[in-house]
Ligand binder design. Structure first.
Ligand SMILES: *Cc1c(COP(=O)(O)O)cnc(C)c1O
Length: 350
């Protein structure tokens, strides 16, 4: 639907300079829409830049972490950010609290850090964690919300930077990062970016903030990505906002986990029900059923990307339950998986 509306814009939008009204209106529509969707408190700002969440880790390393950060590591994405910061020669070695995949660590107040780095939803393992503020006023809470944002409810005032790429719960394309910044995070960025520290232009959050206030980005964005993001944000708003969007994912997730618990050949990977993600469900299969084979059969039949996260190395299916996915389709998917498994087992028996 959103893709058709993009096609309908014809030649009036794609190819337009990002300093001109059509693209600036689009950025404005995204900033206003996200402000409403997340009910951002006074003084918070929606900031956009190119490069996706992976790029924002570097933005944070230069523009938000002053000396030392704490990282909760519980999967591939949270671990990548911690590794990146570990390599940064201008920062102290980070405090890392790690737990096994399928669980999440809790943050610990620490006088030695100036940022707490969390991941709202660890997309590689299907674990979500609660976002709550901790620490003192001059310690920032940075939340990687890629895959969670738009699909899980959140109190934005608990975070100083709630950042994400739009290709997951927002059903857009990649290549963009969005960050919702508190006044304290804006202040930190301005201080660090005008200090002695060398901040590469691409990671200069103060510059991104200045551009966003003018409904622009520092360099040329993908207009299609912006368009699809704006459509998705307003689709959510038109139906009742974040609680509605999150409710759709929750309904899908309830079906998947109930199905996995009932199925003889499957079980939810994440053992604590409160840690189970409503947007990315991970389901372990019994050793006598090959998850890779099930995924291959599904893919041949047009159901794509049910594979587990490679590096996790488990006999597992991983299902995206983002708000754009109709919960009825998810019900059919679980029925399809049961059918495929029954037939694979039957073939094996013969
Ligand atoms: C997908 C993902 C990323 C990486 O996003 P890119 O847009 O590829 O940079 C980072 N963190 C989490 C939690 C993700 O799910």
């Amino acid at each position: 639907m959103a893709v058709q509306r993009l096609v309908d814009t014809g030649t009036g939008l794609l190819g337009t300079s990002h300093r001109q009204a059509p693209v600036r209106n689009l950025v404005g529509r995204i900033r206003e829409g996200l402000a409403e969707l997340f009910q951002i408190p006074d003084g918070y700002e929606v900031v956009l830049g190119n490069g996706g969440a992976t790029c924002f880790w570097d933005v944070a390393a230069f523009s938000l972490i002053a000396r030392r950060s704490q990282h909760l590591v519980f999967g591939e994405f949270s671990s990548k950010f911690a590794q990146e910061v570990t390599k940064a020669s201008h920062l102290g070695s980070p405090e890392v609290i790690e737990t096994a995949p399928g669980t999440h660590p809790d943050p610990r107040p620490s006088p030695d850090v100036d940022c707490y780095c969390m991941t709202h939803n660890e997309t590689s393992t299907g674990v979500m964690m609660p976002i709550e503020r901790l620490g003192t006023k001059d310690q920032l809470v940075l939340v990687d919300a890629t895959s969670a944002a738009g699909g899980i409810e959140v109190d934005i005032s608990a975070a100083d930077a709630y950042y994400f790429s739009p290709q997951k719960a927002f059903a857009s394309e990649g290549g963009l990062w969005v960050a919702i910044l508190s006044p304290a995070a804006q202040e930190r960025a301005k201080t660090l970016c005008s200090s002695e520290r060398w901040v590469p232009g691409f990671f200069d959050l103060a510059a991104a903030l200045d551009n966003s206030r003018l409904d622009q980005t520092v360099n040329t964005p993908s207009v299609a990505t912006l368009f699809l993001l704006a459509e998705q944000v307003h689709w959510m708003l038109d139906h009742g906002g974040l609680s509605w969007a999150a409710g759709r994912s929750r309904r899908s997730a309830e079906q998947v986990y109930a199905w996995a618990e009932a199925a003889s050949f499957a079980s939810p990977f994440v053992s604590r029900p409160e840690d189970r993600s409503p947007v990315v469900a991970t389901v372990d299969l019994d050793p006598d059923v090959s998850a890779a084979e099930v995924s291959r059969v599904l893919r041949r039949n047009g159901i794509v990307d049910t594979d587990s996260y490679r590096k996790l190395g488990r006999n597992q299916l991983r299902l995206g339950l983002f708000p754009a996915v109709d919960p009825e389709d998810v019900r059919q998917l679980t029925a399809a998986i049961t059918w495929v498994v029954d037939h694979l087992r039957h073939d094996d028996a013969n």
